[in-house]
Ligand binder design. Structure first.
Ligand code: ADP
Ligand code: MG
Length: 368
């Protein structure tokens, strides 16, 4: 079966306000889609609807074009050919590792055993078939859970926070290994996570969720570098916000002019930039670098605090022009003393300009 998983206008609630408010999402066959969002935004609910353990109030879910959930249709979980991996792994404690993995395989016992051995080898647990789950470490249990879910060759695999029970040091290696196996198997994967870094590492496609809606979906590069709004930008890293007001389709800031076409005169805008996209230069007799089209106009500030965090340094600045604080991340070791004067400029291609959510001054009744 083709593993294309599609959600159309899925809505759900548990009786006290909407939890999913019309979710539409396409998961390409063989791709890994990460459903990313803060705790409580509805990720697990969407996954449980795909699994069939929750019946949505409305909308349609299809696999390979076949409706598994929709008006008047509810294919039971065991008939959906969908694999599941949960946060707590949920292995059968009274079955050996080999029997856990063979559990869902159709056909003869010999076939199940063969497939179990194949997958245990694939996840690096070839000699572990006769053990019981309690004799395994958390990382090993996670790999058994993955092997068990993949054993029946499901066209679609759903994973709910599958790495969150593991130590940090284990996690990176297991994520990489899991991704290799998922790609070899060619399964369509929906992986739920609240960690942006995990989504960036694992996903072909990220679907960013907030309050029961998908606010943006796309490849990791696009979603990181072209966020739809301030909240989407903030979800992936610290941000700096520079305020401005539109005049004649442009916005003047201490860092130069920004074109802001399509925004009304006097509209408030926010220019947003991630800390690693600020440039820093030393002060030379009260002067900074010359303005350039790429980096705009430099503005001067003084170091408030600088910290080294391993692969980079975070320098917090207080700007001369308005006392606002900006944060820059500089690769390697850069630890200027407090009160050192430095010039900051913004990489213009890395700035995001958004209208402020609050009313523009023109629309504000207090100004009219
Ligand atoms: P996420 O996985 O993104 O953290 P969930 O889908 O688990 O979010 O939950 C979304 C919202 O629905 C939360 O407000 C949660 O409290 C609520 N919720 C989840 N499951 C149930 C349930 N079985 N009964 C009532 N409310 C639930
Ligand atoms: Mg959840």
């Amino acid at each position: 079966m083709d593993g294309r998983l599609e959600f159309r206008d899925v809505v759900h609630d548990y009786g006290s306000g909407p939890v999913l408010r019309g979710v539409s999402l396409d998961l390409e066959p063989g791709g890994v889609t990460c459903l990313l969002g803060p705790s409580g935004c509805g990720k697990s609910t969407l996954l449980r609807i795909a699994a069939g353990v929750e019946r949505p109030r409305g909308g349609t879910v299809t696999v390979g074009g076949r409706v598994i959930s929709g008006p008047g249709v509810h294919v039971p979980p065991e008939q959906r050919a969908i694999g599941l991996v949960f946060q707590d792994f949920a292995l059968f404690p009274h079955l050996t590792v080999a029997r856990n993995v063979a559990f869902g395989v159709r056909g003869s016992a010999a076939e199940g055993e063969r497939r179990a051995m194949e997958l245990l080898e694939r996840v690096g647990l070839a000699g572990y078939g006769a053990r019981y789950p309690h004799q395994l470490s958390g990382g090993e249990q996670q790999r058994v859970a993955l092997a068990r879910a993949l054993a029946p060759r499901p066209p679609v695999l759903l994973m709910d926070e599958p790495f969150s029970g593991l130590d940090n040091r284990l996690r990176d290696g297991i994520r990489d290994q899991t991704l290799d196996i998922l790609k070899e198997e060619g399964t369509t994967v929906m992986l739920v996570t609240h960690e942006p870094e995990e989504a960036m590492r694992m996903a072909d496609q990220i679907a960013l969720m907030r309050a029961g809606q998908i606010v943006q979906s796309g490849g990791p590069y696009n979603i990181y570098n072209a966020p739809v709004d301030r909240e989407a930008a903030m979800f992936f890293s610290d941000i700096n916000v520079i305020h401005g007001v539109v005049r004649d389709f442009q916005t003047d800031t201490p860092f130069g002019q920004f074109l802001t076409p399509g925004l009304a005169d006097m509209a408030d805008v926010e220019i947003i930039i991630r800390p690693q996209h600020l440039k820093m230069d030393f002060d030379r007799n009260g002067k900074g670098p010359l303005p350039t089209p790429e980096d705009g106009v430099p503005a001067r500030g003084k170091v408030k605090r600088a910290r080294f965090i391993g692969n980079s340094s975070i320098v917090e600045m207080v700007m001369d022009h308005d006392g606002s604080e900006l944060k820059a991340t500089i690769p390697g070791v850069f630890l200027p003393k407090p009160d050192t004067a430095l010039w900051l400029s913004l990489r213009r291609d890395r700035c995001f300009v958004f209208p402020c959510r609050r009313q523009s001054r023109l629309e504000n009744p207090y100004y009219s």
